[in-house]
Design a binder for this molecule. Structure first.
Ligand code: S3P
Length: 172
């Protein structure tokens, strides 16, 4: 196992299906630092799934919780923090992340994202008449914002979790 003194929290950002959670887990094992996931923290605190929180309390409520959770987690010792796909859109979140961590954008192409999310029912934003069109619109709208992340990693079709994890480590 590689020993690596992580000085700042590594914050994984990017679209749903870009692999933030899988890469975050693998990265935390390789670097031997804790892994945290903002969606998971929100779900645990609310004792409900993200889909239930959206349905019951609405997206603005979720976004407030998300900002609080991210700000709190960034105050802890350096770790790997995976965020929900919308987290980096809010300027207040970007400011916190920039101040206390380093943002890594997992930039996967639309067909890869679609392949990974199409069979899942856990993304409330994709519960539309045409989820592919919705994903594509979200992708186009968010790409310039994700590009504000300090570090960018293009994730290809055939990239394995191991490959992508190694690539993130070489960026740090
Ligand atoms: C969202 C992405 C989800 C979750 C919520 C909203 C988004 O997280 O936070 O459904 O706005 O893109 P993942 O990126 O882990 O799917």
């Amino acid at each position: 196992q590689q020993r690596y003194a992580l000085r700042r929290t590594v914050v994984l950002v990017g679209m749903m299906g870009s692999g933030k959670t899988a890469i975050g887990r693998a990265l935390s094992q390789r670097l031997d630092v804790p892994f945290l996931d903002s969606d998971h923290e929100i779900e645990t605190a609310a004792n409900a799934t993200i889909a239930e929180i959206f349905a019951r309390d609405g997206e603005p409520f979720f976004r407030r919780r998300e900002s609080e959770v991210i700000a709190r987690l960034l105050m802890g010792s350096p770790c790997i923090l995976s965020t929900g796909g919308g987290a980096f859109l809010a300027k207040r979140n970007r400011k916190q992340i920039k101040k206390h961590g380093v943002a890594v954008w997992l930039n996967a192409p639309l067909p890869v994202l679609w392949d990974r999310v199409r069979h899942k029912d856990s993304r409330p934003l994709l519960r539309t008449a045409n989820p592919y069109a919705t994903l594509s619109e979200i992708y186009d709208a968010r790409t310039p914002i994700y590009a504000k992340a300090k570090l960018h990693l293009a994730v290809g079709h055939r990239a394995t979790i191991e490959d992508t994890t190694s690539s993130v480590m070489s960026l740090l």
